[in-house]
Ligand binder design. Structure first.
Ligand SMILES: CC(C)(COP(=O)(O)OP(=O)(O)OC[C@H]1O[C@@H](n2cnc3c(N)ncnc32)[C@H](O)[C@@H]1OP(=O)(O)O)[C@@H](O)C(=O)NCCC(=O)NCCS
Length: 213
């Protein structure tokens, strides 16, 4: 799925099978607390394994991908990227910083959000616009949630700042499976794509290297 949502300048890797966190090539074990439980170790190790596969795909050195104080992945110099996991699925995407300023990806189960959550993550104007879209059978509320999480994963490494769900405005094109998100100044709107398959939604956004307004 990941290849359907990434721009040409990015490389991605995904898996539905977890790696063994006791394997010697789990280079980032030390980034997690010593008592981290096995499910989280497995999720983290599999995300990092996807990250290294994506780095190799890009032709970049596939060394350890560290972890910053706000849980953000620490990519090798000159690389930007993003990692996601949801039950039964892990993925990573990377690009060269000279071509892409930031990238964010997110995967979610293809299920409706609770109405309360949907109200929390959207403005009244967004909800009006989304309600008027043609029906495609996809859970638009969950797509919006995932798209905004992707935006956050691109935004945070760029700015080091928080971003609320209603600090941005999202417009969706369900026929082309694309979306546009207006960010706070000085950032120009970012474009993203989504895919729905196998009971999952995957979204991705990429901020171009010249992505200022
Ligand atoms: C950061 C956040 C988006 C991650 O959500 P999640 O449900 O854990 O999503 P996923 O499982 O798909 O992704 C987790 C991965 O995101 C990445 N991530 C976590 N924090 C991050 C950050 N601050 N910046 C960039 N990437 C981050 C990590 O790689 C993490 O995996 P890892 O810990 O195994 O390395 C979420 O926890 C959050 O804080 N959301 C609120 C902010 C938000 O989304 N605002 C919307 C603005 S429009």
């Amino acid at each position: 799925m990941i290849e359907h949502v990434l721009p040409a300048a990015a490389a991605g890797a995904e898996t539905t099978a977890d790696v063994d966190p006791s394997a010697p090539d789990f280079l980032e074990r030390g980034a997690l607390a010593p008592r981290t439980r096995r499910p989280r170790l497995t999720e983290f190790a599999t995300g990092r394994s996807c990250a290294r596969t994506a780095l190799r795909e890009l032709g970049a050195p596939a060394g350890p991908v560290g972890r910053g104080p706000h849980r953000e992945p620490r990519w090798p110099p000159g690389i930007v990227g993003s990692i996601t996991h949801c039950p039964g699925y892990r993925a990573a995407a990377v690009a060269r910083a000279c071509r892409v300023r930031a990238i964010g990806i997110d995967a979610e189960p293809h299920r409706p959000l609770s109405p309360r959550m949907f109200a929390r993550i959207t403005s009244a104007a967004e909800r009006r616009e989304l309600a008027a879209l043609p029906w495609t059978g996809a859970h638009v509320d969950r797509i919006v949630f995932s798209a905004k999480e992707s935006v956050y994963k691109a935004w945070f490494p760029m700015t080091g700042a928080d971003l609320g769900f209603t600090d941005v405005r999202l417009s969706l094109d369900p026929l082309r499976r694309r979306f546009v998100v207006e960010l706070p100044a000085p950032f120009a709107p970012v474009r993203g794509r989504y895919a729905v398959a196998c009971g999952r939604i995957v979204t991705a956004v990429a901020v171009p290297a010249d992505g200022l307004r």
